[in-house]
Design a binder for this molecule. Structure first.
Ligand code: HEC
Ligand code: HEC
Length: 159
């Protein structure tokens, strides 16, 4: 008990003033500017693309983006609108692609009879898209492009 004040002094010495500005400029992207703590009006929402054409995936494990509108689709403890089309039993009727086997697996890789709770809230991973200018620069290359570039480089070094 006698060492308690000592402990408190020690802990207090660990708390130091932050050596970075606490109200830094907002990062580029969605925010129209200002600083982190400033509240500015939100930019207007764009329209979700609704072309019903599946999009290319950038890598095999990518959750495919949603190619249709999902406004007002309810997903909560009372119901899951997405599963009314995408579940195993409904996909034949609706011709929506069935959720894949991974959606039935728990974290230990055991396949369950019903959709795994960790895959229940679809929009955690699947998002609609809007036809807008990218917010930040991005030099991502798909795996195909990487392989192609690699082959090209190897070809050049053999000449
Ligand atoms: C009325 C039926 C219906 C509902 C409800 C529905 N979908 Fe779909 N979904 C489809 C159909 C049909 C397709 C195939 C492409 C198309 O026609 O848009 C599709 C395609 C998709 C794809 C693309 C799959 C791929 O392989 O590229 C994703 C992801 C998806 N839906 C997610 C969702 C999510 C998440 C919800 C709920 C927020 C949802 N869908 C609700 C019918 C539905
Ligand atoms: C934790 C992330 C996650 C959640 C939550 C999730 N998915 Fe997926 N989904 C994925 C990934 C990753 C893939 C692609 C690889 C795979 O099939 O696992 C995928 C694939 C799909 C596909 C394409 C299947 C195929 O065989 O082409 C559909 C359709 C889909 N998901 C619908 C849904 C619906 C509907 C829900 C909600 C009930 C949902 N997903 C919840 C990550 C998720």
């Amino acid at each position: 008990m006698r060492s308690l004040p000592l402990l408190l002094v020690f802990l207090a010495s660990l708390v130091q003033a932050a050596d970075y500005p606490l109200d830094a400029p907002a990062p580029d992207g969605r925010r129209p500017g200002g600083t982190i703590s400033q509240e500015l009006p939100a930019p207007p929402l764009g329209n979700d693309e609704n072309k019903d054409i599946k999009r290319e995936r950038n890598y095999p494990e990518q959750p495919p983006t949603i190619p249709h509108a999902i406004r007002d689709y309810q997903v909560d403890k009372n119901g899951n609108k997405c599963l009314s089309c995408h579940s195993r039993s409904n996909s034949a009727k609706t011709q929506a692609p069935m959720i894949s086997i991974t959606h039935y697996m728990d974290r230990d890789g055991q396949t369950l009879a019903a959709v795994s709770p960790r895959r229940y809230f679809c929009t955690q991973c699947h998002v609609p898209q809007q036809d807008v200018k990218p917010l930040v620069e991005n030099d991502f290359r798909t795996i195909d492009k990487l392989l192609q570039d690699e082959v090209q480089r190897a070809g050049q070094s053999h000449q």
